[in-house]
Design a protein around this ligand. Sequence first.
Ligand code: FAD
Length: 307
Amino acid sequence: MLGPVILAASRSDKMRRIVSAAPVTKPVVNRFIPGETVDQVIPIVEDLTQAGLEVTLDVVGEDITEVEQSHAARDAYLQLIERLAELGLGEKAEMSVKLSMFGQALEGGHELALANVRPVVEAAAAIGTTVTLDAEDHTTLDSMFAIHEELRKDFPQTGCVIQAYLFRTEADARRLAANGSRVRIVKGAYKEPAEVAYQDKAEIDKAYVRILKILMDGEGYPMIGSHDPRLIAIGQELARKAGRKLDEYEFQMLYGIRSEEHLRLAAEGHRMRVYTAYGTDWYGYFMRRLAEKPANLLFFVRSMITK
Ligand code: FAD
């Protein structure tokens, strides 16, 4: 019940101002977003990789309003890649980007986002790693998939994300699996209308399994983005049935969520990647994490009251 309300709040400027300014927010935010700067996140990357995990780095931000902000987003990723290269962390850390942060929703946004993301993909390739395009709300996806296809002409390792809750996703999965793409499958984190998306949790889970099977049986590289123990077990079984070796798919989870499970899967020999977000514009990302588990909201409210 609370999830949709929190997701609606995640798009409200007024709520953004209130939540971002509350001094007690910080420690709760840090559970999911462990730093605001490259310098703060690098030690986290080092700890995770020393523990046998791989990393996805996301500079938080979305829904920008000015072209200059899109350039700043590009530059923030370029700076990050430079630091990863200096520290020799390139092969263990890939990047995830939200195209709305690269200007996708501005006038001429499709071309602007492509122009901004291309140098990031190039720089990532130069240090032996890659970029995955996150999936945002359904209105942005045709543009995201077109940019993905364009980037793959020169950088075939570029990945993208598909969301099990959308009706369109089985068809997208078939196309991407046949193209041999890297694809992260997730349940979906946005508030979507009933015309385009399943609303029922059980329906979403069933769709996730159907789509994951398409990816596992296809030519690409499936990335299982979920903390759901049932889906993780099914993922292992589908990989086994498809005859995939341990390095022919991977698991991905978010920083701060089910951390013991990250280590357990890695210890079993799986490639386990921890999606780690950092930066100052954390509001949208943080609110989606609250919406996924209302108990997080109670923890947050309690910390505000007891301070
Ligand atoms: P759920 O059924 O939601 O959760 C299963 C269990 O995991 C819960 O019972 C709980 O124990 C734990 N859990 C899940 N979420 C939380 C939380 N926030 N706090 C505490 N515990 C939690 N969505 C997009 O729309 N686009 C993307 O590009 C995208 N990228 C993602 C990348 C990664 C690596 C991951 C893991 C998720 C991503 N998501 C993305 C979010 C995704 O769509 C889901 O909203 C999120 O993963 C929760 O779904 P779940 O599969 O973990 O299952």
